[in-house]
Design a protein around this ligand. Structure first.
Ligand SMILES: [Cu+2]
Length: 147
């Protein structure tokens, strides 16, 4: 199991955090597949995706989904700590995607799962774990919604 490092021992200014976000963004933009399957459920279209959390990463950290189709996101927490998946704003129109919209927040205790449902408009959305300093320790990812 990876050891959790204190930020003060890993250097100033969260450089690792910035690097991980950059890597997640780049990876997400290069990623072609790995999206949710669009399926019919009770007559409604929905795409189911599953993201695993543990100390201190999401897998996958890059997810691609179809825009304007409801996403049913399962957070499968295989860690020893409580983790969550948070997107600050999702669902805004056009230029405003990621600037307005509603917050997605799903939290799961150790060894449990939780489900969030939301409908993304086209855009790239940073997701992170809002627990303590988990995002700084690496729990960040990118969700790309495209037509
Ligand atoms: Cu966490």
């Amino acid at each position: 199991m990876p050891q959790r490092k204190d930020v003060s021992t890993t250097g100033p200014s969260g450089r690792g955090y910035a690097r991980r976000i950059a890597a997640a963004l780049l990876g997400g933009l290069l990623l072609a597949g790995c999206g949710g399957r669009v399926a019919e459920r009770n007559g409604a279209r929905v795409q189911a995706i599953a993201i695993t959390s543990a100390e201190f990463a999401f897998a996958p950290a890059q997810v691609r989904v179809r825009a304007n189709v409801p996403v049913q996101l399962t957070l499968d927490n295989r860690g020893l700590l409580t983790h969550d998946l948070t997107i600050d704003r999702v669902g805004g129109p056009g230029w405003l995607a990621g600037l307005v919209g509603h917050r997605v927040h799903v939290e799961a205790g150790p060894g449990s799962r939780a489900i969030a449902t939301f409908t993304p408009t086209p855009g790239a959305y940073l997701f992170y774990c809002a627990q303590d300093r988990h995002a700084i320790d690496g729990m960040v990812g990118i969700l790309i919604a495209a037509d």
